[in-house]
Design a protein. Sequence first.
Length: 457
Amino acid sequence: MSTYDFGLDFTKRVPKGFLPNHRKATSAFVQTVSQYPHDIIFRQTNKQGYFIIHAKSKEDAKKLEGQKVMYEYGPNNKHKAKVKLEKMDPYQFRTNAKNVYFDWIFDSGLRYAGNEDFDEWLSDYVTIVTSTTDDKDRETGFKNGRKRTYVDFNKNREIPRFVDLEIDVTLPDGSKETAKGKVKITYKDQPIFCRTCDAEHIGACPIRKKEIEYIKAAETERAPFVKTLIVGDSNLRHIDQLGTTANVHSATGAKIGHIANSLKFHETGSYENIVVHTGQNNISDEVKINFAQWENQIRSEVTQLTTQLQRFNANTKIIEVPESLAATGSPQAKKMRDLINEELKGVVNILDNAEYIKVEAEIGDDEEAWSDYRHYSQVMCSKLVETIDATFPDTSKLIRRGKTFTTARKYSRVKPSYRLGCGNCTVMGHLEDACTRSTGVKRPNISGSNSPPPNKR
């Protein structure tokens, strides 16, 4: 397909403050281009100082080829610039043009691949409109580690989101190798496999969308009845707070000090009851440990917790550290658990309207109570809520009548949060790697998904 369009770009030769408008540009064109065709279209683009001239025939286009426009500018027009008419490539009519982004490139040797290599791979799926280039952050202008290209999805093919690529690259030392790596490819309205639907679809998951709408409506409905705050570690992850009169905050791996830190961000007077479930993540399975230093750290964290609970002046319920395998699997773990529980009982003695609660773990087959060596199962989590509910007066129950208060999907119906504070000393304001107050206690595994299978104690 031939084109009769020519670009006239004054920005290449003329300073920005002196770029011509449409009247000045056409005047310069008429005065300096000899034997120009009269039946042309001379239009200004969105770019200041850039114009497109369209000739209606091949003969007219020949008259414009190689022509230059002389433009005078500045005080008394003492400066001159010659701007050549550039013949433009044929316009590509696009059926479904989109930006495509490559990510994870720097996780492998693919960081040495050229932009043309990504264009070559993409050309099997789409038509390249603008070649691949380094993507940049809009605010800072810094390269963000992604590649971007503008393509036309006119081949009736979609691009997979995750792709294993092999590209021959040249390393900085001049040697060559075949780089292998996985890249993540994203673009607007990309079909993705949804694990919730167990099918491919475009855009937001319809099931998840309905769930979000349901949760939003349910939260609005129960808002007037919420009188309790439950804060704790990952053992709260199976609670469905929609079935309770509580807001439940679960911080994976949280120690006692982390829970104390989280309470700083809740307004006093917002709740009538505070329930705390913590202590298990303070138990260490390290063989070499300075026990006196560990004990001082526990007392320090418990003091912080006491201070924060006093600030609320609410009915307080503190849950005993559970009898999980992580807390009872060795003499050291048992000793630590006993000491932590004694300290937590001390908090109850200091506070007004406080209660210490023990949740019995035995539920028929013992393994039914635990999903792994440190986490409650959904069944045990249900018993936890029921045990707490039994301590509430009939006029202000924790469990809402006729509602389900646990869920099989972990963290889906609580407010998950990070540990607030250093992983070692729990103090806020510094990173764990820079901690100078470490007790020498390495925080044990906290991920339920990677935990060992449940064992009988």
